[in-house]
Design a protein around this ligand. Structure first.
Ligand code: SF4
Length: 229
């Protein structure tokens, strides 16, 4: 799904929509929606996403793709949005890119669902597998932020340019963001390539392996989470 490097995006978490197919939501209404989402626990959050019509992506989806995995995970992997397989199955990273992600996880002794949570920037499939528009990412961002607040991961791995751009409010390339420990609201964050990109760019697989090793090293050096259960 992702084109990498992608076209420049101004998407950043919490910024007002730059473009939209819908009339802009008044700031007060947007703030009220965000505040309500930030109070939701898992069941209400999942139900909210399943019924969401906050951005134009709802119109073309078959299923929302909330996220999957261990809700107390130390590891959180974030991609950009559902593709066709994900839209059909309602689960992130299925199909060929999902198999590669599972292999990447296995290479560092991790497994989907076991101390790992997987989510996307947007929960509904952008048509034609295009990148999410900034307004779509902004509309969906409170859900991801609430997921992160509930999971409280020790480390976030941003998969690809769109995820990194939205989480870090940066338009830098993946190449320039790799190999560094960034921060998303105080949580260490590492950037690597999206599995779908790696499927098309086999030479970059070695770099992704380097990134995973860096992530493991970073994780081992992090203190235990307070009240981790
Ligand atoms: S992408 Fe996110 S904000 Fe847009 S309709 Fe789907 S759940 Fe709602």
């Amino acid at each position: 799904m992702p084109e990498e490097p992608m076209a420049a995006t101004e998407a950043s978490i919490g910024q007002p929509p730059a473009t939209s197919h819908q009339p802009p939501q008044p700031a007060a209404s947007r703030d009220d929606r965000r505040a309500a989402i930030m109070l939701k626990e898992w069941p209400a959050l999942k139900a909210d996403v399943a019924a969401c019509t906050a951005c134009p992506l709802h119109a073309g989806r078959k299923k929302t793709v909330f996220g999957v995995g261990d809700e107390n995970a130390d590891w959180l992997f974030i991609g950009e949005g559902p593709g066709a397989d994900e839209d059909t199955q309602g689960e992130p990273f299925v199909g060929q890119a999902g198999k590669l992600l599972d292999s990447m996880l296995a290479s560092i002794r991790l497994k989907r669902g076991a101390n790992v949570y997987i989510a996307n920037v947007v929960k509904c499939r952008p048509p034609g597998n295009r990148n999410p528009e900034p307004a779509e990412a902004a509309a969906c961002e409170p859900y991801l932020q609430r997921q992160i607040d509930l999971i409280r991961p020790k480390l976030i791995v941003a998969l690809g340019k769109v995820a990194a751009a939205n989480l870090l409010a940066s338009d830098a390339s993946v190449a320039s963001m790799r190999g560094k420990v960034h921060s998303y609201r105080g949580i260490p964050l590492i950037v690597t390539y999206h599995p779908a990109y790696l499927l098309r760019s086999l030479p970059e697989k070695a770099k992704a392996w380097t990134d995973l090793c860096f992530a493991v090293k970073t994780m081992t050096e992090l203190p235990a989470r307070p009240n981790a259960g």
